[in-house]
Write a protein that binds this ligand. Structure first.
Ligand SMILES: NC(=O)c1ccc[n+]([C@@H]2O[C@H](COP(=O)([O-])OP(=O)(O)OC[C@H]3O[C@@H](n4cnc5c(N)ncnc54)[C@H](OP(=O)(O)O)[C@@H]3O)[C@@H](O)[C@H]2O)c1
Length: 317
């Protein structure tokens, strides 16, 4: 297949590009700064010569969006919103204009669309969309708004010959440097991987191999449209999540952090505490219903496997 990855230069794009290329597919990445073969320039907001590569492609997986790991200043929040909405809109326009449109358009979304909650898991049918939860900072609503607008942009695109799926993905765990697993492992190795603000908040996650397998499954399954949760079936409280990670690496202790310590840490790391404190309890209702089987369903085993790969890959470098 010919697979186009707008925004495919980042963490998730790297994971998909490697796996899809290894499986024998032709992968074209759309980026604002092409530096290597297989990359084409676009600006993420307007049609241009790049649109021609959509014509005759089989699959588009749009990953573009300003990183959410940043301070939530007004300017950054605006860029987080616009980069997602604009890129989804222009990908839709390119598909609509194609003489031979792709069969399927997978649009990245996020598990953050669901409410901050502890009581029950969110699947696609019964889950609660976030916004307005009591006891959380009001600015958290903005991340949910981003996700809703992002998905709405895909829904409203007029692409009658192209199946549309929104990937409500949890954090994708891979051994790559700079990815979220790398960051959490770094904290654990420093002895800082303890519970944050009590650690009762749920962490949803998906192993990189399962992420690729789920994306491939959704490409193949012509009967599935709309939002799909990409998360392992066993989200767990942050306290247990970090404890399993410490065990996997062999770190004996993890210092607990209070909310204000997390705030200082997030400030120092130019990030935001929402990423640590929001309870994301998200489960893959539609994938399981459709018969998808996770290779890495439980976090302790997944963490072991990821640590093994980190050691292998870094041992070599
Ligand atoms: N990583 C995860 O665990 C995870 C989980 C759920 C959802 N997501 C979402 O999935 C998408 C991909 O995640 P990722 O971790 O691969 O993100 P990433 O590493 O930050 O990569 C995103 C890509 O988007 C492009 N981009 C950034 N700002 C842009 C802008 N203003 N206009 C157009 N393109 C822009 C960049 O490509 P160029 O600089 O090359 O143009 C960048 O490589 C993101 O939207 C993210 O929010 C990620």
């Amino acid at each position: 297949m010919k697979i186009v990855l707008p925004g495919g230069t980042g963490q998730v794009g790297g994971i998909l590009n490697r796996a899809l290329t290894a499986a024998g597919h032709e992968v074209v990445v759309l980026t604002r700064r092409p530096t290597r073969g297989g990359e084409l320039r676009w600006d993420g907001s307007a049609l241009g010569p790049w649109s021609e590569t959509i014509n005759g492609s089989d699959v588009v997986i749009n990953l573009a969006g300003r990183s959410v790991s940043c301070r939530y200043t007004e300017e950054n929040l605006r860029a987080m919103m616009d980069s997602r909405v604009d890129s989804a809109r222009v990908v839709g326009e390119a598909i609509a204009a194609a003489r031979r449109p792709p069969r399927v358009w997978l649009q990245m979304s996020t598990a953050t669309i669901y409410a901050h909650r502890f009581d029950a898991p969110n699947d696609e049918a019964t889950g609660t969309i976030g916004g307005g939860e009591p006891d959380v900072p009001r600015y958290w609503d903005f991340s949910v708004e981003i996700a809703k607008n992002w998905e709405r942009e895909q829904q409203r695109a007029r692409t009658p010959h192209t199946r549309k799926v929104a990937l409500r993905s949890a954090m994708v765990m891979s051994p790559d440097r700079g990815g979220v697993f790398d960051y959490l492992l770094w904290l654990a190795r420093l002895g800082l991987g303890g519970p944050v603000a009590g650690g009762a908040q749920y962490v949803s996650w998906i192993h990189d191999h399962d992420f690729v397998r789920a994306a491939t499954f959704l490409i193949d399954r012509d009967d599935i449209t709309g939002p799909v949760n990409l998360a392992a079936p066993a989200p767990l409280p942050q306290r247990a999540f970090m404890s399993a990670l410490r065990t996997a690496w062999g770190v004996p202790v993890g210092l607990p952090a209070t909310k204000w310590m997390a705030e200082i840490g997030a400030f120092a790391l130019r990030s935001d505490t929402e990423l640590l404190l929001k309870s994301r309890r998200v489960v893959p209702g539609r994938l399981l219903e459709a018969g998808f089987a996770f290779d890495h369903a439980e976090w302790p085993q997944a963490a072991d496997e990821l640590v093994r790969r980190v050691r292998q890959e870094r041992g070599r470098s």
